[in-house]
Design a protein around this ligand. Sequence first.
Ligand code: TNX
Length: 537
Amino acid sequence: MWFEMALSMCVLAAADGDAATPPAVIPLPARMEVKPGRFVFDGATAIVFDAKAPGADAAAGALADCLRPAMQAPLPVRAGDVRGANTIFFGNGEGLEPAGEEGYHFTVTPDGVEIRGRAAGLFYGAQTLRQLLPSPVFAGALRGDVDWSVPCVEIVDRPRFAWRGMLVDVARHFMPKESLKKYIDVMALHKFNRLHLHLTDDQGWRIEIKKYPKLTEVGAWRDETQVGKPKEGEYTFDGTRHGGFYTQDDLRELVAYAAARHITLVPEVEMPGHAQAAIAAYPELGCTGEPLPVRTFWGVNENVFNVEESTILFLQDVLSEVLELFPGEFIHVGGDECPKKQWKESPRVQERMRELGIESEDALQSWFIGRMDAFLTERGRRLIGWDEILEGGLAPGATVMSWRGVEGGIAAARAGHDAVMASTTHLYLDYYQSKDESEPLSIGGFVPLERVYEFDPVPAGFSEAEARHILGAQAQLWTEYIKTPEHLEYMAYPRACAVAELAWTPQELRAFDGFMRRLRTHVDRLGALGVNYRPLD
Ligand code: TNX
């Protein structure tokens, strides 16, 4: 029997979590005390959930699903009111120190495991339990002998921030749905709770919109793609058609898959810039009336949406379908890198500015975003956009995603708006992670692991009231130079582990040395999961 073998192997496997080496949990819990002894799983161990505790059933099932591939005999899962001996028990956290929506209380004694909290907290407790087990349990199939035991601990945990996000740019390179599911699984292990999908850009439109089929018939495909960086202004191209899109069914499936892992998908539909794929599909949305192809090279682009009422209504129709698919509170409308050249040069746009009584092109962009803000607010949602949306005045309901450093986030918070920190300086995981010549070609920049880790989302000098406007932090993976899910994983991990910790763990507990010690164990888990992480130096 598997458990007898497990017992005999106990002494052989290097068990993590002795008092001297606290368990390698990432992100580090807010409070964790290691006690003597271990709980050893055996053939009679069961997962038990209190059927009256919301989410306990789901968390128990999620734990069983994660462990099943590495077990010969899966752990039975059953309902039960009380935590009996030799069980992993999921129940509500009533009467315990409040842990909020996402916190949990977690106790291991030689007799069993007890996890208490609300739905998300219970799920996160299950993720912590996985990380107390040895790395081979993360594999998709039983590999050799595993020490099925966990150290006795007492954990009281809750996140520092409500927004713990990652952006994946599926516009520059389309990523298959199944690869996003794996991505979501790995995010969940790290207690991330927002996946921001950058669904539209100059080089591709990736979301099926029933009312405007050409957005994907035309906009989801480009003839070819720039190869490498231009040399002396000369581009080379690969001559290969690239594209793809998610059907509405695909997106519903992804939304549900992520929700089961307590991750909210944040869809982004870019406007008024980064719009060429949409203009290629419907040229009347552009400023020049000229037909344009879906763009085949990178960089800031002058071809932007016009400001006709029909264009605003078109985009609101698009958003209506987006709202049907994505139930989350926040809808991202882009707003970054919108050159004003065509607006300045177009007689029709200038006429429209006079009609609207708008004096500058920056103010025109604010009017544009303001129309979307009003539309989303009326429908009970919240607009979020890149920090350029500050430039002509911030729309009343807007939340700012601060990418050009933290200044946009600071300005937003000081003006009483919410902000998410997503700064190029620390959180752009498309940038180089080492100076090693063997690193794959990247867009540029240099954001090694230690730099990521040192980021504190709350700017120095912030008052408590200002700090409350910082919803959290988000890592960005722009995919100009990232063509495959494997390469995406290489750029994401292990740096995303640092992002997870800076977004979850109390600032006063964070230390790079301790993180690195835990990370050396943690990367074995990533390896067992088949994540193509960049090896540690
Ligand atoms: C800037 S970040 C962009 C993206 C690029 C990225 C490359 C932002 C809001 N805009 O369009 O992909 O730099 O690092």
